[in-house]
Design a protein around this ligand. Structure first.
Ligand code: UDP
Ligand code: MG
Length: 348
């Protein structure tokens, strides 16, 4: 069972925020997002907070907020699934006609909802934040991120805009398309580009983290980059044949050279360079195998068709929950759906 996707009259905007160990900044987050949402939508919005297996007190803090505020939907994943899958879980529960996605650390200013909405209403389906500046991020992170987007641009057919994260405002039809994509290795900003319709960049300055530390160390950034490339491009697979051609040609040229020298009555020495060549060839072949392995491994994991995420609990206020069914009877207690719910593969 999963939450129906029918639009409820009382919810025009769904804000989706994945959180991992974000307790220190949570109050400020809820306050600023609530204020921004109210400014444009009064109480016709919901705030979906997805706890991605936090080890700190994030879940208790989220529950406390949900207890006080009927607009808050609290989703607890069974364990840490990673940012992109936590976001996917949130996107699977939206009821609004518009969906606003942002990070929990207030690097993406919630107050930009107003201007982004104004832009969306000019006839767009996606208004995506594009970073002009990144305060509080190291030169290394800025450099690698910029290099990554430039490389990606050369490798993929889908136009994935540079310097964007998951900070964006989307219409429901875009999110429905995302929810219908069954893949496990999700590079969501790329999937959004893939969906198409009218999309426009919204340049903004990225703030420093409000509290805590980044959960994207270099290893996770590299993993995300490999996901991005493998899910949108088979160009790396073609490197094998290109490399093969280059080395084959080089071999042919040197063979012709050797024969020519021999015909002149000379001899060609260089057993040391031969050994070096063998090492280089071996390494190139292993590298190509490794690239094939990345794709093969992903195919293997996808073929298992495991659920994308597992939810242990959803808390939403009955007034807000009942708005969907038209039952407006007020209840004081918060509804707690504790049955184990699996991430669905296809929205329906
Ligand atoms: N996040 C998550 N699960 C994880 C890691 C991160 O839900 O396993 C959330 C995190 O709480 C934040 C967002 O993903 O809301 C982006 O993470 P972070 O700010 O650490 O990344 P950065 O901005 O440094 O790239
Ligand atoms: Mg951040």
């Amino acid at each position: 069972m999963h939450v129906p996707h029918t639009f409820s009259g009382s919810c025009e905007l769904s804000v989706v925020i994945p959180l991992y160990n974000e307790e220190p900044g949570l109050d400020a987050l809820v306050e600023r997002v609530t204020k921004a949402a109210r400014a444009s939508f009064a109480d016709r919005y919901e705030l979906i907070l997805v706890n991605d297996g936090s080890k700190d007190g994030s879940w208790a803090a989220i529950c406390a907020h949900a207890e006080r505020d009927t607009r808050i939907v609290a989703i607890n994943l069974s364990r840490n699934h990673g940012h992109q899958l936590a976001l996917t879980a949130g996107l699977n529960h939206v009821r609004g006609e518009l969906v606003f996605v942002l990070d929990a650390d207030l690097q993406d200013p919630p107050e930009l909802l107003g201007p982004m909405l104004a832009q969306l209403r000019q006839g767009y389906d996606v208004v995506y934040g594009q970073r002009i500046q990144r305060h509080g991020e190291t030169a290394f992170k800025r450099g690698t991120a910029s290099l990554f987007y430039r490389m990606l641009g050369h490798m993929v057919d889908t136009h994935i805009p540079r310097d964007t994260g998951d900070f964006r405002l989307m219409t429901r039809r875009v999110v429905d398309q995302l929810n219908a994509m069954p893949e496990r290795y999700r590079f969501i900003r790329g999937l959004v580009s893939y969906v198409g319709f009218n999309q426009i960049a919204f340049p903004y300055d990225r703030d420093a983290r409000f509290a805590g530390e980044t959960h994207y160390p270099l290893s996770k950034m590299v993993a995300l980059a490999v996901d991005a490339v493998t899910s949108f491009s088979v160009v790396p697979l073609r490197f094998a044949s290109h490399l093969g051609m280059v080395f084959g040609l080089a071999g042919l040229v040197s063979l012709i050279g050797i024969v020519w020298v021999w015909m002149q009555g000379g001899t060609v020495e260089g057993w040391a360079s031969l050994a070096a060549l063998i090492l280089i060839m071996g390494s190139v072949q292993l590298m190509v195998l490794g690239v094939f392995g990345e794709y093969l491994g992903r195919m293997y994991m996808e073929a298992k068709h495991r659920p994308l995420f597992i939810i242990s609990e959803v808390r939403r206020h009955p007034v807000a929950a009942n708005a969907e069914t038209g039952d407006t009877e007020d209840k004081v207690a918060i509804t707690v759906e504790t049955e184990l719910r699996e991430g669905i593969r296809v929205a329906g």
